[in-house]
Design a protein around this ligand. Structure first.
Ligand SMILES: Nc1ncnc2c1ncn2[C@@H]1O[C@H](COP(=O)(O)OP(=O)(O)OP(=O)(O)O)[C@@H](O)[C@H]1O
Length: 465
């Protein structure tokens, strides 16, 4: 049993939007439906959702603005057939994440589900003994209700592991709810976690359940928990100790039955020593821990995961299944994977799209150039290129003579342009936290660089791949 993405459909399901709903359901999503934006908003206040699909026939701008006022953070996709371009632009300007043309394309919906809620269908793919040991330990710990701290570099699969623990636990039939603590500013994060009562702040026109209540009877994953500010750390600690939460503006605490899993790519103990993370909270979250090795520490997984992603992306794109050639595999094994499984997934996605002929050959493998300033690249020993072809594919030689910061800035700005200004997606591809990305962009702007803003995306393909 795996956790499902929760999708809220706003609009009539008799027509093409219903087709979109059925595709989402066939891809494993749990559906909820509302006839209009105000009843949709009421559902978001109650049970929340991972993704909203809202028919442009309804007032998407009103919905998105009301959600912002009420501090409800959930991606909204506007949908419609032959819509008026201005209506789409208005919706996106107001904060809708994307536009889905109707009749719906099954692959696009799959990509949107994946972007909103992560890959949810499978247990972790693995072949390396190092990973087998982690999964064995995870299986043993899953049955208890103890808090688990999952550590590992960005993109190693911490969320995948957390879902796996939930699926193996006694709470498997309950909800699995994940929240990225780095992705939201403090006030939004507080409301997102604990919910609020009517009148708690000026936009709070109705009460709303936070992630704690949404996860009641199930599991709550707090991703990038090290990024939480001290005031919220105190509030979280109280919630864990008392098993009850204080909603914003609430007069009475609310009891919750939630298992907490926390994930971090930081050294939390070092954060404790530097007085940035509360020691008592650290011990609460870290009753037991699971450390996910970096991908370069489990080479047998590189091959297994590459084959898995090659098959998955071939199927998703309607392309023939191709195996990796020996040379292509050699390139993958020689790369240090600073962005870990996420980087491998993106690399194989590109390779599947570029491949021709019977196999995925080395030419189709485009590896991220190692700039030294990128994520964890500085910390790893970069193996010598396996062949002259490797160096060419990496394109590193063209960078010699340039400063690391300069190359890093170009990589970040290029990636952001490629993602049409979408910060979340860019941070994901770069393998850095959204907060690090924001700080860097702030710096670049201060230096006078032009930083791409979020563009109105008329073609939703930006979300795929
Ligand atoms: N063992 C695995 N099997 C299949 N897919 C995996 C595995 N590990 C990671 N992935 C895929 O790699 C991507 C990154 O995984 P995930 O989001 O769990 O990493 P993370 O460590 O939580 O990243 P971050 O620190 O940035 O939050 C996801 O698309 C996920 O589906």
């Amino acid at each position: 049993m795996t956790a499902m993405a929760r999708v809220l459909i706003i609009g009539a399901v008799e027509a093409e939007l219903g087709q979109a709903a059925r595709i989402a359901q066939a891809r494993g999503a749990a559906l909820a439906q509302a006839d209009g934006v105000s009843s949709g908003l009421a559902r978001l206040r109650g049970e929340g959702a991972d993704l909203v699909l809202c028919d442009l026939a309804h007032d998407v701008v009103w919905l998105v603005e009301a959600m912002a006022r009420e501090r409800i953070a959930c991606p909204v996709i506007a949908c419609g057939r032959d819509p008026d371009a201005e209506a789409v632009v208005r919706a996106i300007r107001a904060g809708a994440k994307d536009f889905l043309p109707l009749p719906p394309d099954a692959d696009l919906i799959a990509a949107m589900l994946e972007a909103a809620a992560g890959e949810r269908r499978e247990a972790p793919v693995h072949r390396d003994p190092a990973m087998a040991a982690v999964l064995k330990r995870a299986g043993q710990l899953a049955r208890s209700d103890a808090g688990i701290l999952i550590t590992g570099e960005s993109g190693t699969g911490k969320e995948v592991l957390a879902r796996h623990v939930h699926a193996l636990s006694r709470r498997a039939k309950g909800p699995f709810v994940a929240l990225n603590c780095a992705a939201l500013p403090e006030s939004l994060l507080e409301s997102e976690l604990f919910g609020h009562e009517k009148g708690a702040f000026s936009g709070a026109v109705a009460a709303r359940k936070g992630k704690f209540e949404q996860a009641d009877g199930g599991t709550l994953l707090l991703d990038e928990v090290g990024e939480m500010d001290p005031r919220l750390q105190a509030k979280l600690l109280r919630a864990l100790q008392e098993r009850e939460i204080d909603k914003l503006g609430g007069t009475r605490p609310v009891r919750v039955d939630v298992r907490i899993l926390a994930a971090t790519n930081r050294d939390l103990m070092a954060e404790v020593r530097a007085n940035r993370f509360r020691e008592d909270l650290f011990y609460r979250l870290n009753v037991v821990s699971l450390r996910l090795p970096a991908l370069r520490e489990r080479p047998a997984d590189i091959e297994a995961l590459a084959a898995h992603f090659a098959a998955r992306f071939a199927e998703a794109n309607g392309l023939p299944r191709r195996a990796l050639s020996g040379e292509a595999l050699g390139l993958l094994l020689a790369h240090p994977w600073p962005g870990n499984v996420r980087e491998l997934e993106n690399t194989i996605h590109r390779a599947v799209l570029l491949a021709q002929g019977p196999a995925i050959r080395a030419e189709a493998i485009e590896l991220t150039p190692l700039t030294g300033g990128h994520a964890h690249a500085a910390a790893v020993a970069v193996p010598a290129p396996a062949s002259p072809a490797t160096a060419e594919v990496r394109g590193v030689s063209g960078l010699v003579g340039r400063k690391v910061e300069e190359v890093e800035r170009d990589l970040i700005l290029e990636t952001l342009t490629h993602c049409l200004g979408n910060r979340t997606r860019a941070a994901e591809i770069l393998g850095i936290s959204i907060r690090t990305l924001r700080n860097k962009l702030h710096e670049y702007r201060a230096q006078g660089a032009e930083v791409p803003g979020q563009t109105a995306v008329l073609q939703p393909y930006a979300m795929a791949g």
